[in-house]
Write a protein that binds this ligand. Structure first.
Ligand code: PEP
Length: 230
């Protein structure tokens, strides 16, 4: 199985999201069977997006972009894994923008991954080389079952810059992640992926898919990325 994951970040209100969905339905009416497509949406879009998806019968899977590390309780404004469990099957954790702008630590990420698994949501854990060992060590310290997680190698220099990493170098890091987790979990690459380069990553022996930020917002480009892999 190959994976294409879209990360919309803090973009698209509900009206815009539903227009995106209509467009993708007409551009990509049938998604290839060997590709799982997951869209990590803003919290505010997920419920209505799910209803529309079942109405139009498009096998897209929804995910979230973040989750609280805390359990249900007196934590004003937090969205926890229990709340998300009725809405999504996947959730990003540890994106470098959250580490940079919200000071998320490897411990926070391990706690979030644990909370997600306890609520049967698959964590999609974003990694870069400066904290690769530390992050994976924390996952083991918190008893996170890494065989139930997805991992994404996202080099900081490639995110949102239009400067993707060389696919061979990305594959070497993907091998390193595979060695450290010592398990069979999907490992993806993210960072300036487009329809022109997506297949050069997925054709590497250790890379199972791509995480797409900027180009997931454009339905035509996102559809081309999916089709480029089939
Ligand atoms: C991302 O932010 O996860 C990402 C991969 O962004 P972009 O595709 O824009 O580089």
């Amino acid at each position: 199985m190959k994976y294409v994951i879209g990360n919309w970040k803090s973009n698209q209100n509900l009206t815009e999201s539903l227009i995106w969905l209509e467009n993708i339905k007409s551009l990509c009416p049938r998604l290839p069977k060997d590709i799982t497509v997951i869209l990590c949406l803003p919290f505010t879009d997920i419920a209505a997006f799910n209803s529309k998806l079942s109405e139009i019968n498009l096998p897209l899977i929804t995910g979230a972009q973040n989750v609280s590390h805390l359990p249900p309780g007196k934590h004003t404004g937090e969205i926890n894994a229990h709340m998300l469990s009725e809405l999504v099957s996947y959730c990003l954790v540890g994106h470098s923008e959250r580490r940079r702008d919200f000071k998320e630590t490897c411990v926070d990420v391990a706690q979030k991954a644990k909370a997600l698994l306890e609520n049967t949501i698959t964590p999609i854990i974003c990694l870069d080389t400066p904290y690769l060992d530390e992050q994976i060590k924390e996952l083991f310290r918190f008893d996170v079952d890494v065989s139930k997680c997805f991992f994404v190698y996202e080099p900081l220099a490639a995110i949102g810059t239009g400067k993707p990493q060389n696919p061979n170098s990305a594959n070497i890091i993907a091998h390193q992640i595979d060695f450290l987790i010592d398990n069979v979990s999907p490992i993806l690459y993210g960072g300036s992926v487009t329809s022109d380069n997506a297949n050069s990553y997925v054709s590497q022996n250790q890379i199972d898919g791509v995480l797409v930020g900027t180009d997931s917002l454009d339905p035509a480009e996102f559809c081309s990325i999916i089709q480029s892999l089939s």
